[in-house]
Design a protein around this ligand. Structure first.
Ligand code: NFA
Length: 98
């Protein structure tokens, strides 16, 4: 196609990654202290913040542990689910796109 010239603006190509919420779900059996420990160990929460999040999940059924890129969120979910299973607690951890 002789004579065709397309002039494009230079476009900065830094894209923000999709972000994912990691959530804990309430159940009737997992001890409160275990949930607090999970939040401290895998989500770097202080004891106070971990207790706040745990009580939110306990009262509302679901609560946010943190927001991460896909691979980090997936790793957190796997770590929590493996840890809960190892201790024979039914605690559920899931991720959802923001
Ligand atoms: N509901 C659980 C209990 O009463 C505590 C809990 C909180 C479980 C948050 C899971 C998530 N022992």
């Amino acid at each position: 196609d002789p004579g065709t010239l397309v002039i494009t603006r230079p476009k900065p190509k830094t894209k923000r990654p999709n972000m994912y919420r990691v959530l804990l779900l309430n159940d009737d059996y997992t001890p409160m202290e275990f949930v607090v420990h999970v939040l401290e160990r895998f989500f770097q929460k202080s004891r106070e913040e971990a207790t706040r999040v745990m009580l939110h999940v306990h009262h509302h059924g679901v609560g946010e542990c943190g927001v991460y890129t896909y691979e980090v969120a997936e790793t957190k979910v796997t770590q929590v689910m493996d840890f809960a299973r190892k201790h024979q607690h039914p605690l559920q951890c899931v991720m959802e796109k923001k």
